[in-house]
Design a protein around this ligand. Sequence first.
Ligand code: GLA
Length: 400
Amino acid sequence: MKKILFLIYIVGSICYSQKFENLAETPPLGWNSWNTFATDIDEQLVKDIADQFVELGLKDAGYEYIVLDDGWMAKERDKNGNLMAHPEKFPSGMKALADYIHSKGLKFGLYNCAGATTCAGYPGSRGHEYQDALLYASWDVDYLKYDWCDTDKLNAEGAYITMRDAIKSAGRPIVFSICEWGDNEPWKWAKDVGHSWRVTGDIVNCWDCELGHGSWASFGVWKIINLRKNIRKAAGPGHWNDFDMMEVGNGMTDAEDRSHFAMWSMLASPLILGNDLRTISEETLKTISNKNVIAVNQDPLGIQGFRFLNENNIEIWVKPLDNESWAMVFVNMNNEPINLNFDWNKHMIGDDINNRILDVKHNVYKINDLFNNTSLGNTSKKLKATIGVHDVLMIKLQKS
Ligand code: GLA
């Protein structure tokens, strides 16, 4: 009898102590409220965003998750210790909001934190993990972003495992998005814990700045990329390096936005929009709904791209794709336009980790410009283009 009980216990722990599999097999695509609205969110805004997903064609382009960040809850738990939706901002409650989002064919995400309080001072999940997971499941939540404020001496891996197990035992498949800012190197331990993990502190809408806030700093696009360009091995289907919600449409130039979007796609990062979709410009919409670029991010191999070279202050990044194809970006880091003149025969491009070679000596690859959807010939000739300030040329190479 003891042996049988022991066996049941072992089988039970194996079944429950894991994340939900077959979720986020490609990087999640969606929108998050934080970058534009901080805690100033309410149910009308969220419904408007869901409507915009459909009207602007973003749903058709693949965007799926609408995630409410910090500030969605009441300042206190109820008398049974349950979290409550903020009564003024979300008077109809979270289940009604989830129903609305689901009725549009979209998915619903919420935020909480491993600490006693969230970063904005709302009730965190510490000590309430299983209770909160059950509540999210009862509200039909599909995605949980889980932060790292007010965690005192908590062990990061242990805290995220506790929440993972709570989600699993609540029974509803929920994408678990770890937001621990890279402090405890989650790329080394989180593959079986979450579906993605933030790799740095918060993003800010600038090209390459670092903004100090006393005890912490936020980082521009290239600060983030350069800080974490060496952890690509950790990413793959179901477990992604998360380079943070995007700042496309939030104040950088259109060229910088294009490069930012191209790079997040090359890095196989979740593509989580952070702009106000109700007032989006045509140019921003064009960038974020470019299906060619999104397809690079969503490539089924799930290989994170890498920096090949910086030549004449042009960042050159490559990403192996399915069908022996490759994506490449050339980002002009100069403060003036530059003429690209890239000689395929002088560069041997290979991905050591995944044993792939872009073999232009024995093959001719067709070249397509992904943002402009035009052909740029093939690799038998030098690649020539003019690239504007902080702009990008993004191409796909296919064997002909
Ligand atoms: C942290 C996270 C941000 C955001 C805020 C909310 O700073 O890194 O992405 O969720 O908390 O308070």
